[in-house]
Write a protein that binds this ligand. Structure first.
Ligand SMILES: Nc1ncnc2c1ncn2[C@@H]1O[C@H](COP(=O)(O)OP(=O)(O)OP(=O)(O)O)[C@@H](O)[C@H]1O
Ligand SMILES: [Mg+2]
Length: 516
């Protein structure tokens, strides 16, 4: 499917699984859709499974947005307790669309937990409380982090996924990888057809690292393990001349709970910084202009407090102050830690690199331990000449057998969705898009002037007969529609009651999951 078709389908308000190989432009399409929704005045929750992935859309982690935080799952009772939080409740009520990128790294329990809170805050009878849900990612890439658990389920193995009736949009074009040999290498790994050429290319890139003088300052380093990332970062810090400043984490509360907090917080217990250090923020602070995953350099230290000043890659200067991570139990703070929300970032793990596009990278796959690890790491670069490999093991070239088995089915579903879309008359599609997001707003560059004019005059005419035609449905109207439909009112009667067309009633009933 092309990006254009996927975008049109998204605009119709459908629940979508947007997938495709690394570099096919999934996140690019999400960004276009987010821009469209904002111009239409619709509230959209922009999230991803990791902080860095979320920064590609100026979003935040799904954990932070949803309020589930470090919880791994939720009972219905717990979801209702969360929903009672005033601020969180208001956030969910405002939201019309929920986007989650890099869904392959979010496990089924967490997705189900988010779904429960959506239902607890919005409509308990609809999947995700009736939000439009857009799940985006590629299951050939990394699976959820297991943290010692025996069997971690993919998001598609959970109840929430099944309930949503997702339309699959499988993007087929390639936008990141520019040379054919790199494309062939990645396709071979993806399709489980690793061959002599695959090994020849990999070995060539191992030799390139040994023979070329790679300017190690500029090339991103990717490692499979956190410990190796830490070693490289410490080494790089050590090489910088200048005074070092150390910041030690403070902690309060029961030892076990403090340990849990420390394990889940990405800031180190002892952070050492110097001017020139490359750092990453590990917490969201929208007011101060950074989020979890924002990268930058230390450019100085405040004279009095000795706290660091960081210039982000986007050019913003931030005076960094300590922040708190808390564990709340029965509305009381049971444990808390305090540290600067920073860590060194010359090197990152392959997990954190998922979603990035890099001009060049030095990749160490000698200790790969997860399906998809090699595919993710190698697919970050745009061309082979920017790829330097320290080494690789057999696991690096493996992809998950379940994922490979599902792939053909997904492509077929996507084909079906494309056929349905292409046979849908233009005016019907437009009407459904307008029914979901309202008439195209002036200045929305995703609609031509002609579209806008046609829409406006058609809607004006229709509204003479049905004054609510194309208005966004309010929550109260939805409730009333469900009630009236439930007691057997026909579409014709409902159309008169709601001052809309019968087609609009049919579309809404379908959207609410009340009709096929
Ligand atoms: N239609 C397009 N026009 C121009 N550039 C594009 C287009 N689509 C994608 N790109 C660029 O191609 C690169 C890869 O796109 P993107 O990161 O969205 O891919 P992805 O499918 O999300 O990959 P991943 O699975 O690795 O997250 C980015 O640099 C993006 O800006
Ligand atoms: Mg992406």
């Amino acid at each position: 499917m092309t990006q254009e078709t996927a975008l049109e389908i998204l605009k119709m308000g459908q629940n979508v699984f947007l997938t495709g190989p690394a570099g096919s432009g999934k996140t690019f399409v999400l960004n276009r859709y987010i821009e469209y929704l904002k111009q239409q005045g619709l509230e959209v929750a922009v999230t991803a499974s990791t902080g860095i992935a979320a920064t590609h859309m100026n979003g935040q982690t799904i954990h932070a947005w949803s309020g589930i935080g470090i919880r791994e799952s939720l009972t219905w009772q717990e979801a209702k307790e969360l929903a009672a939080d005033g601020e969180l409740h208001a956030r969910y009520r405002r939201t019309k669309v929920l986007i989650i990128d890099e869904i392959s790294m979010l496990d089924a329990d967490r997705l189900d937990a988010v779904e429960q809170v959506c239902r607890a805050t919005k409509d308990p009878f609809l999947p995700f409380g009736g939000l439009q849900v857009v799940l985006c990612g590629d299951f050939f890439q990394l699976p959820p982090v297991s943290k010692g658990k025996q069997h971690v389920r993919f998001a598609f193995e959970g109840a929430a996924w099944q309930a949503m009736h997702l339309k699959v949009c499988y993007l087929e074009e390639q936008y990141r990888h520019e040379d054919d040999r790199l494309k062939r290498l990645l396709n071979a790994i993806r399709s489980g057809m690793v061959n002599d050429e695959t090994y020849a290319i990999l070995e060539e890139r191992v030799r390139a690292l040994q023979s070329e003088t790679v300017s190690s300052g500029d090339v991103a380093k990717l490692y499979t393990h956190n410990a190796d990332v830490d070693i490289l970062n410490d080494l790089r810090l050590h090489r910088i001349e200048g005074q070092a400043y150390a910041y030690t984490m403070k902690a309060w509360g029961k030892r076990k709970l403090v340990e849990t907090l420390k394990k889940n917080c990405l800031a180190p217990e002892r952070l050492v910084l110097k001017v020139g250090a490359q750092v990453m923020f590990v917490k969201n602070n929208f007011e101060n202009g950074y989020v979890n995953g924002t990268l930058g350099h230390v450019i100085g230290f405040e004279e009095k407090t000795k706290l660091p000043v960081v210039k982000t890659f986007s050019g913003r200067e931030v005076s960094v102050t300590a922040t708190e991570w808390q564990l709340i139990d029965r509305e009381e703070v049971a444990a808390s830690i305090e540290q600067l929300p920073l860590r060194l970032a010359w090197a990152v793990t392959v997990h954190k690199s998922q979603g990035m596009s890099l001009d060049a990278a030095e990749i160490d796959l000698r200790k790969s331990f997860e399906y998809g690890m090699g595919y993710v790491a190698l697919s970050r670069v745009r061309r082979l000449s920017g790829l330097y490999i320290r080494g690789f093991n057999a696991q690096a070239l493996q992809v998950h057998p379940t994922v490979r088995a599902r792939d053909q089915g997904l492509r077929e579903e996507s084909h079906q969705v494309r056929v349905e879309f292409s046979t849908l008359p233009e005016d019907k599609r437009q009407r459904q898009q307008v029914a979901f997001a309202g008439p195209i707003q002036k200045g929305n560059r995703y609609s031509t002037r002609k579209d806008t004019e046609t829409n406006h005059s058609a809607i004006k005419k229709l509204r003479k007969k049905r004054s609510h035609a194309y208005r966004t449905w309010s929550d109260d109207e939805d409730k009333k529609l469900k009630r009236e439909y439930g007691i057997g009112k026909t579409n014709a009667v409902l159309a008169l009651m709601f001052l809309r067309t019968e087609g609009a009633i049919r579309a809404r009933l379908k959207k609410l999951g009340l009709k096929e």
